[in-house]
Design a protein. Structure first.
Length: 252
């Protein structure tokens, strides 16, 4: 003999959400089956059914509306999570992982220039004025970059005070001019009190052929940035094109 657990059978304690509707339907069926039922009985049974049907329609519309709202909210939440996963929380520019992904995609189909910049002596800003002021300086730097770059490239934050600007399809000459404009904009920007000094940034630029990998593009720009730092800061340097060509040829 096979026993059936109580969990496999419907519970008699569960409320019947459609009890009134079921009773009205059974009453109408009985009247319909009764050949001797008079018109008044039929009219009353039909009226009761109509009332319950209208209630069910209202509840259905309400549930559909609630479901649509929930779907829209879920879609908006998904978009927010995707945005937060790819953007820096402070500046709203791309974060490091998104910069890597965007660079890889860009270099699959075309050449691209990688500009790497670092705020000069930023530690002194944090030490002298505190981290909230340091954050304000970073936001000011990003505003300068946005004004110059516009829709020509993609800005990213890859470290505390280190940023990238990816320029898909650009050549080195145009990118160097753009980097000089960014450098000048940062150097002339007046930051809010208590910052009482000029803030500058150093730039390293690498021009990369199609199919260059991210590490190569970033590494060449980083080497150029290091050269700018050693050369006195607040300057733009570019990667040795012979080294860049050798790096790409080595991959082939």
């Amino acid at each position: 003999m096979v026993s059936t657990s109580s969990s496999d059978t419907p519970s008699n304690d569960a409320p019947d959400l459609f009890r009134n509707e079921s009773e009205a339907l059974e009453k109408a069926r009985a009247i319909h089956a009764n050949a001797d039922a008079d018109a008044e009985q039929s009219r009353l049974a039909l009226a009761e059914l109509i009332g319950h049907f209208e209630r069910l329609m209202r509840e259905t519309r309400r549930l559909i509306g609630r479901s649509d709202r929930a779907e829209r909210e879920m879609h908006a939440l998904t978009q927010q999570l995707q945005y937060r996963a790819t953007h820096d929380a402070l500046t709203d520019v791309l974060n490091r992982s998104a910069v890597i992904e965007r660079t890889i995609k860009a270099l699959r189909v075309d050449r691209a220039v990688m500009i790497l910049l670092d705020i000069d002596e930023f530690k002194k800003v944090n030490d002298d004025f505190g981290h909230p002021v340091g954050d304000a300086v970073i936001l000011g730097i990003v505003d300068c970059l946005r004004r110059i770059v516009g829709d020509r490239g993609v800005i990213g934050r890859v470290g505390g005070e280190e940023f990238t600007v990816l320029l898909p399809g650009h050549n080195l000459a145009d990118a160097l001019q753009l980097a000089e404009k960014m450098r000048a904009a940062i150097g002339s920007h007046v930051f809010a009190a208590p910052v009482n000094r000029r803030i500058t940034a150093s730039f390293g630029v690498s021009a990369n052929a199609m199919r260059t990998d991210f590490d190569t593009a970033y590494g060449l720009a980083d080497s150029a940035l290091y050269k700018a730092k050693r050369g006195g800061r607040d300057r733009v340097e570019f990667a040795d094109q012979q080294l860049a060509s050798q790096a790409v040829a080595g991959e082939d």
